[in-house]
Design a protein around this ligand. Sequence first.
Ligand SMILES: [Zn+2]
Length: 295
Amino acid sequence: MIALDIGGTKTSIFFSEKKNLKKFKKEYSSIIKEIDEKQKFCVIPTFFKNSKNDFIEFFSMLKSFDKEIISTFPGIVKIEKMQNEFKFKLFSAHFPFLIGKYIDVNFAINDVYAFAYYHARKFFKDPDNREKSILCIQIGTGVNAVHMNFYDYKKLIFLRKIFEAGHITLRQGKGKCFCGRKGCAELYVAGKYLEDIGKGNPLIVFKNNAFKKKYYENLSWYVSSLILVVSPDKIVFGGSVAKSLDIALLHKLVEEKFPHFRIHLNIEYEKDISRISNLYGLIHLYKKFKKRYKI
Ligand SMILES: [Zn+2]
């Protein structure tokens, strides 16, 4: 099996067979940014996102290595059942030539679903957590969140839901989002905002106190809105921006957004910046999906 975690800029590829990673390394050495032979994965730029030909060529090359391909995609992946067969329809601004088309892979899902499944699996292992719920927020180029309880997790109900938490209206802003709306959260709490403010370098925002204050203010309003709707017991932050996040500070600011409650929200915060979590989540989710639907 080959598992891909396709991001807006980088793609991680896991090879179940070590020999396939070796083969890939030999042919694609010039574009490999990172490689972990022990964990059998490597990272390349998402070079195949703007051209249909590059995409077709890249996927047929992978299929020549291994017939079983599973992948995350940025954007919405809708799972449709057709005569006992599951099909995966993609709606992603990163892949304009694939909008509304079925992707020819064994399993596909949005990346935050894979991330959330990885953490839900750990969370619900503890029987004490089975009456609780978990919210997983990924902040990268964009932002999205998946919320689930034990039943959603166990029966894979969360896969039937379309989570698009990045496009909640956060402000009556002027900036237009790629989705066609204005004032989307994604414009104020994700990578694009950090890049704009940092004039191309998102990390500057975390080093400049005025910028930092502004960003944490946006993010804490956003997170507190999500909490008001789903009331999670645990929140896990992931994605490239999470690396720079001060979770304790965010936690404090979010708690301050609830003065009318005057209660401790009792939410556990965690951040996960490992590259492999999405891939492991995807693989476990695929195995569970096959078992659940007897594929
Ligand atoms: Zn939007």
